[in-house]
Structures are given as C-alpha cells and as structure tokens.
Design a binder for this molecule. Structure first.
Ligand SMILES: C[S@@+](CC[C@H](N)C(=O)[O-])C[C@H]1O[C@@H](n2cnc3c(N)ncnc32)[C@H](O)[C@@H]1O
Length: 271
C-alpha cells in the first residue's frame, strides 16, 4: 500500500474545487461516475462529459427521469447498482460522515469496474484538533458552525467526557448552548468518529489499491475561543505528552484518497 504523505494546504474545500481536482487526474469523458454524499449540479458535472453521473446520499431526493443523470436517496453501504457498473466513484466532504465506512468501501469496490478509481477528499476527521466538527448545531434560533465560530478547543472532544466538557463550556456559555454543543459532539450521528489510524486500517483492509493517501494539518479559518475557565486543562496536557511522536497523527485534519480496484484493464488517468 502507498504510504501516507503529509501535504500543505486545504484539501476538503468546496465541492467544486474537489470536482476540479478529480477531473484533473481522471479522464471522465464517456465514463460512468457514482457520486457518494452530495449531489453536484448537472451543469457542473456535464462540463466533464461523463456518460453517466449518479449521486447517492440519504438526504438526496429521488430526482430525474434521465437514467444517466440522477439524484438518488440511498446509502453508500448499500449501493443500488449491480457489480462493476461504474468507472469512477467521486466523493466530496462525505467520508467522515459515513458510518460503517468499511461496508461503504466494500460497496464502492463492488460497483467499480476493474481498473476503476475512488476519489475522495474529506475532513476534518474526528481525531483532528477540531474533529468535534460542530456543524449546523442549532440553539436559540441560531445555527453554529466550527469554521465561523469556534467553541471546542483542540482535542477536548477526545480527552473529556460529556459531563466534563459541559462543565467547561458553561464557564463561558449559557447552559442551553453548552448542552446542545456537547450532545452534538458526543451523540449526533452526523460524524462517524473514525480516527486517522482507523482510516489507515480500513484502507489496508478495503481490497482496493491505495494510489494516493494524503493529509493536511492546515487550518484554513481563524476563530477565537470563548474565555473558558478550565481546571482540568492538565488532562489535555497529559494526553498530549502521552501521545509523544504519535501526536502528529492527531494533527491531520483533511484527507485525500485515490483508490483503485485492481484489474488488468487500468482506466486511463490524466497525468
Ligand atoms: C458535508 S456534506 C457534503 C456535501 C457535498 N458533497 C459537499 O462537498 O458540499 C456530507 C454528505 O454526506 C452524506 N452522507 C452521510 N452518510 C452517508 C452515507 N451513508 N451514504 C452516502 N452519503 C452519506 C450526508 O447526507 C451529506 O449530504
């Protein structure tokens, strides 16, 4: 397996940027593409002239009469297509939301033709400093996102229990908002809570050839934290020093994967 390569800069950027990165390495013209997690607008995907672009997401409506350009409601763990029916799987900012990712990778391998590729950019993953990934947490008529307003300091979600984190947050926030944030971080099903080591292990076991496994520690937003009073700060300090050199693995936020289904027919990728 190709080993992990740290890189600089943002990877899990907008879906259009991820699409541009995908079409820069993949010759999509005349090929069948399965999009996992999302639904890129048809006018964008048609720029690459695929033969088919099917978007699968549990939040997608079942839309479209054209069998080759459709939005489908469904899950990556149970792809409603026969074996070897796609040349590419494309996914933008979704893998860290997919539970049972091992089953999803199995399905991606199944529906890919031999030589076909999976292309995925996503993050921040759960083990990252901001892997608590507060997104669309609503309270008091407001919606909160980590890239606009930061509430959870680096790695607090990995170190503290639900109660401990709540007790820290209420030193600077109202109890209702603290509760909404803590419930989201520990209990919501929106994030899969896989750590960097889990992804590495899943890739090993996926049966897919790993052509690219890259990650970045770059944080592409700036946001001050509320002035918490945390008598348990020593727990974080101790956790970090226990990690030693492995702390590096907890800094990777966004990952980029290119995975190939082995086969004699190797699909042409752009060089
Ligand atoms: C952050 S959104 C990304 C949407 C879009 N691709 C983008 O880049 O903006 C993550 C998407 O993954 C989807 N998702 C979560 N679990 C999934 C699953 N099991 N199968 C397919 N999609 C899933 C969510 O419903 C959500 O639409």
């Amino acid at each position: 397996m190709t080993s992990f390569r740290p890189v600089e800069g943002g990877l899990a950027t907008s879906e259009q940027d991820v699409f541009t990165a995908f079409t820069a390495i993949a010759e999509v013209r005349g090929r069948r593409v399965l999009e996992i997690g999302g639904c890129l607008p048809r006018e964008i995907v048609q720029r690459a002239e695929p033969a088919a672009w099917i978007s699968l997401d549990p939040r997608n409506p079942d839309l479209g009469n054209d069998p080759n350009f459709r939005s489908l409601r469904g899950n990556a763990q149970l792809v409603p297509f026969p074996d070897e029916s796609f040349d590419f799987v494309f996914s933008s900012n979704a893998f860290h939301h997919i539970s049972a990712l091992d089953s999803a990778l199995f399905e991606m391998r199944r529906v890919l033709r031999p030589g076909g590729l999976v292309f995925a950019n996503f993050g921040p993953i759960w083990s990252a400093p901001d892997g608590s990934h507060v997104e669309d947490v609503t309270f008091g008529g407001c919606s909160y996102n980590f890239w606009e307003q930061r509430f959870i300091p680096d790695w607090y979600h990995l170190v503290y229990s639900c109660r401990e984190l709540y007790d820290i947050l209420i030193t600077a926030l109202g109890g209702g908002l603290a509760q909404a944030l803590v419930e989201y971080v520990y209990l919501s099903s929106w994030i899969n809570r896989l750590e960097f080591d889990d992804y590495e292990r899943l890739l090993h076991r996926s049966g897919l050839e790993v052509e690219t496994f890259e990650g970045t520690s770059t944080v592409d937003y700036v946001s001050p934290l509320p002035p918490y009073n945390n008598p348990l700060q020593w727990k974080v300090d101790q956790w970090m020093s226990r990690k030693g050199q492995r702390l590096e693995r907890y800094r990777y936020r966004d990952l980029k994967l290119v995975l190939r289904r082995r086969g004699t027919a190797r699909l042409t990728a752009r060089r």
